[in-house]
Design a protein around this ligand. Structure first.
Ligand code: SF4
Length: 195
């Protein structure tokens, strides 16, 4: 898809996202966040959801996880504007609670359309919920137990013709900062996937 056609398709999609009231999260959000970044990116990063700061500012990763993400991408020699970033759930989860399956299922069609527009070489889901959802969407048989997802991080998975490279979510390091060197090593592998 030519870049201008991508831009038009994404503009239409983003209008739908901003006006969406398909699930109960519409009642408590300030903004439904749209994806950000370059439309011809090789890497499409799928985070979980906006936090409180993102919900107010209508911008991705401006809260505490933002500097962590920048450091991790920086370890790979990548800046935000080289990738396309979006959220699995476009609206704030009140009190940072876990997403419900119905919320993921209701919001995922937006992510699916973003993938169809961007056509990334690699989808990079961040953390458990995004990884589980993307692996399920591409029939990659995700593990049943959450604890079994950690070995999947920084491993290249190809399923249904799509390459998927799960990574830990940056917010994980807000609670476990001693894992940052190990996580940076995992993010460094993104550099090999840029082309
Ligand atoms: S979370 Fe997704 S489906 Fe629910 S209201 Fe927001 S944009 Fe719509």
């Amino acid at each position: 898809m030519a870049l201008e056609m991508k831009r038009q398709a994404m503009d239409r999609l983003n209008d739908e996202v901003r006006a969406c009231a398909r699930c109960c999260l519409a009642a408590t959000r300030n903004h439904a966040l749209c994806g950000e970044g370059t439309l011809d990116a090789a890497l499409l990063v799928v985070a979980l959801s906006p936090g409180a700061r993102e919900d107010v500012d209508d911008t991705m990763f401006v809260g505490p996880s933002g500097p962590v993400l920048d450091r991790l991408l920086g370890a790979a020699g990548i800046t935000r504007d080289q990738v396309y970033m979006t959220n699995l759930i476009k609206c704030l989860l009140p009190k940072n609670r876990r997403p419900k399956m119905i919320e993921i299922e209701t919001c995922y069609p937006f992510v699916k359309r973003e993938i169809e527009i961007i056509r990334p070489s690699v989808i990079v889901p961040l953390g458990y919920y995004a990884t589980r959802t993307i692996l399920t969407a591409y029939h990659a048989n995700p593990p049943a137990a959450r604890v079994d997802f950690r070995p999947l991080y920084a491993s290249l998975i190809v399923s249904d013709g799509q390459t998927i490279f799960p990574l830990p979510h940056p917010s994980f390091l807000l609670y476990s900062p001693h894992f940052e060197p190990e996580t940076a090593e995992q993010y460094k592998k993104l550099n090999n996937l840029l082309t």
